[in-house]
Design a protein around this ligand. Structure first.
Ligand SMILES: Nc1ncnc2c1ncn2[C@@H]1O[C@H](COP(=O)(O)OP(=O)(O)O)[C@@H](O)[C@H]1O
Ligand SMILES: [Mg+2]
Length: 214
């Protein structure tokens, strides 16, 4: 689904070759500052490489319209942005920006349940805790029904039990719906439990550490 060829970003990242398969759960692990977030930004076209090429389904990203690309390839930021207003306002934000019909009440309630957020749609989003905001941003992204989900430490603000529950839910969601997940995680335990492939990122270089594929 993605292929990186001789990609470099300043002195931050240098990747000779990397393939990310459609339908896979791919995890990037490794020390802080290694370049994990930079890789996700490349895949989302939030950043262009200084050298080399990134391909999406065989087409160079530089030839793909950025807005169209980001409708298919959804990106959950390490510290997700929360919009002013209510939880409902936040959930429908993407639909508003894309001029799409809003999901109905049941759909909104169902997604809150999936992310284990026990709040009302009319509650103010600003007063949520860090972990609740992270799950609200996740719910917003899930509603948008992308083809690829890029998630940067989606469980960093959650305690261990909630982390396991949420990652398990995300992985079931992407597998059931035939989507592709690329996730950065600090947790090697999470990575080895859920991924098809794990890459270690260190000083801008990547190394495959495990593959559960036959
Ligand atoms: N916009 C930028 N300009 C210059 N350096 C950057 C920029 N963004 C990230 N970096 C540097 O690139 C390296 C990799 O960053 P990042 O991809 O965020 O790492 P990780 O997500 O693995 O912690 C770090 O040394 C960071 O300081
Ligand atoms: Mg990062």
């Amino acid at each position: 689904m993605f292929e990186l060829e001789n990609v470099s970003v300043s002195t931050i990242l240098s990747i000779r070759h990397l393939m990310i398969k459609e339908g896979d759960v791919t995890c990037f692990v490794g020390e802080s500052g290694g370049g994990k977030t930079t890789i996700l930004k490349l895949l989302n076209k939030a950043l262009s490489p200084d050298g080399g090429k990134v391909f999406f389904r065989g087409e160079a990203l530089e030839d793909i319209n950025s807005v169209m690309h980001r409708r298919k390839v959804l990106y959950l930021n390490q510290t997700p942005h929360i919009f002013s207003g209510t939880i409902r306002d936040n959930l429908i934000k993407g639909f508003e920006l894309q001029n799409r019909a809003y999901p109905n009440h049941e759909t909104l309630m169902a997604v809150l349940k999936r992310v284990s957020l026990k709040k009302n749609l009319d509650d103010e989003a600003a007063v949520l805790s860090g972990g609740e905001k992270q799950r609200l941003a996740l719910a917003r992204l899930m509603l948008l029904d992308g083809e690829v989900y890029l998630m940067d430490e989606p469980s960093s603000a959650l305690d261990d039990a909630m982390e396991l529950k949420i990652i398990d839910m995300i992985v079931r969601f992407v597998k059931e719906e035939g989507k592709t997940l690329v996730m950065v995680t600090h947790s090697k335990a999470i990575a080895s439990k859920f991924s098809d492939k794990i890459y270690q990122v260190k000083s801008g270089k990547i190394e495959e550490v495990s593959s559960n594929e036959s």
